[in-house]
Design a protein around this ligand. Structure first.
Ligand SMILES: Cc1cc2nc3c(=O)[nH]c(=O)nc-3n(C[C@H](O)[C@H](O)[C@H](O)COP(=O)(O)OP(=O)(O)OC[C@H]3O[C@@H](n4cnc5c(N)ncnc54)[C@H](O)[C@@H]3O)c2cc1C
Length: 417
């Protein structure tokens, strides 16, 4: 089958979904020994398939590329993704936060369903085959066509190609950036790939002193060079190198981009340690403590509000360690309240490709028709999933993009033949 109608590069979430929706015979080439290695690792092995929201809201979460992703998301919205998996024997459940998981809580089940659906749609899957190069030739109307796909298992001559080779995140699970290299070799614009959904490494060493500590109700704020505010609320985890968990992961792509633009100079962020309490409310609380429990050490009182190690660090920082609250100077309490609501941190790096869960950057969206995901300049080349410069937050958004972009690319009868 060296001349399949559609050749799909990569058997990840996108490649497998594409194979489920192709109207003619398709062949997937996958360089790993088995399909969907990354899919198995998603959601901590539980696979957060999608998010329970409207297509409009889903698209909006892709920020700078919200308009580009909208046609794909409307083509295969979260409700239909859930219906697709349910029909394939994988019913799903919605968590209170809107994240959708297989009822079985096993990533293995959606993977098996995708493989079975792809096969019953007539697709073949060849594993252990690396695609090395895409050869293009003039194809009329000033467009080029892919005429040959060079692989470790010989040459293929498909009528059309869907490139779903992923980005650079978690290379041990298969996505090693070779898809981006092949697109660059074709002369297409590649936005520099940067780690996203990654933990943040701080210049400050104090977060390491409380590694393992979790702040339940925190918020992280970043202001870019245009003073645009990016904010994300949720749990923050202190780590041996800085901070992690949802707000840190979700801001990592933006921070990676800022670090790149600033040639690696650290990026300032502010951590609100308890977003349920404003600066005024903290000051009112301190006032109450001074009146009612003036003899008690401030750090002990604060330890009732925050993890003890953090309370001690903050009090030390403003010169109030071991100080009875009634003896604390107002100026220092004001300083403490500022720290509690906007604690400054400086990010020197994000985790690298080995640990980053997503790639920001990739094939520039202006290279693709958002209504078909075909390349403007290469008529029979389509791209889907993480290889495209689209990155969303945690919560099932990125798998939704993988499924939806692949379904749209597969649906286009396009230029085959
Ligand atoms: C640990 C982890 C957890 C995650 N959890 C979630 C989650 O719960 N929910 C969510 O929405 N998103 C999650 N993501 C993100 C999500 O996994 C990705 O967005 C999604 O898998 C991208 O799918 P893809 O098919 O585009 O790429 P990939 O899944 O990376 O698949 C690409 C495939 O192409 C193959 N390939 C690459 N180059 C070649 C080549 N030259 N020749 C042949 N084959 C090739 C690779 O081996 C790979 O199998 C998580 C990511 C990670 C790393």
């Amino acid at each position: 089958m060296n001349s399949p109608q559609t050749l799909i590069i990569g058997a990840g979430a996108a490649g497998l979904s594409a194979a489920c929706f192709c109207s003619g015979p398709a062949l997937i080439l996958e360089q790993m020994e088995s399909p969907g290695r990354k899919l198995l690792a998603t959601g901590g092995g539980r696979c957060n398939l999608t998010h329970d929201c409207s297509p409009k809201e889903m698209a909006r979460n892709f920020g700078r590329n919200a308009r580009f992703v909208a046609p794909a998301i409307h083509h295969f919205p979260p409700s239909q993704i859930r219906a697709f998996f349910a029909a394939a024997g994988v019913p799903t459940i919605v968590q209170p936060d809107g994240c959708v998981f297989p009822e079985s809580q096993r990533a293995h089940d959606p993977l098996l369903a995708l493989v079975q659906e792809a096969k019953s749609n007539g697709a073949g899957i060849k594993t252990g085959v690396t695609v090395e190069r895409l050869l293009a030739a003039p194809g009329g109307n000033d467009l080029r066509r892919i005429v040959c796909v060079k692989t470790s298992a010989g040459d293929f001559y498909p009528q059309r190609v869907i490139l779903a080779a992923g980005g650079l995140s978690y290379p041990r699970l298969g996505s090693d950036g070779s898809g981006l290299r092949m697109l660059r070799e074709l002369g297409l614009i590649i936005e520099p790939p940067l780690p996203a959904l990654a933990a943040l490494k701080t210049v400050e060493s104090w977060p390491a002193e409380m590694a393992g500590t979790v702040l339940k109700n925190a918020a992280l704020t970043l202001r870019d060079e245009h003073n645009h505010k990016h904010q994300c609320a949720g749990e923050i985890l202190f780590t041996h190198e800085g901070i992690s968990a949802l707000p840190a992961l979700n801001l990592a792509g933006e921070i990676s981009a800022l670090l790149a633009r600033r040639a690696g100079r650290p990026v300032a962020v502010e951590l609100n340690l308890k977003r349920t309490r404003s600066m005024e409310q903290w000051l009112a609380l301190f006032h109450g403590w001074r009146t009612n429990t003036g003899g008690r050490a401030l750090h002990n009182l604060l330890a009732g509000e925050l993890p003890r190690a953090l309370a001690q660090h903050l009090c030390r920082d403003v010169g109030l360690m071991d100080c009875a609250v009634a003896r604390a100077a107002k100026k220092n309490l004001q300083e403490l309240a500022t720290l509690l609501t906007a604690c400054p941190l400086h990010i020197r790096a994000t985790d690298g490709w080995e640990k980053a869960m997503l790639t920001r950057g990739g094939l520039a969206v202006q290279e693709l028709n958002p209504h078909t995901l075909a390349c403007h300049s290469i008529s029979n080349l389509y791209c889907a999933g993480e290889v495209v410069d689209v990155d969303g937050p945690c919560g099932g958004y990125n798998l939704t993009w993988a499924f939806a972009s692949a379904a749209l690319a597969a649906a286009d009868p396009g230029s085959g033949g």
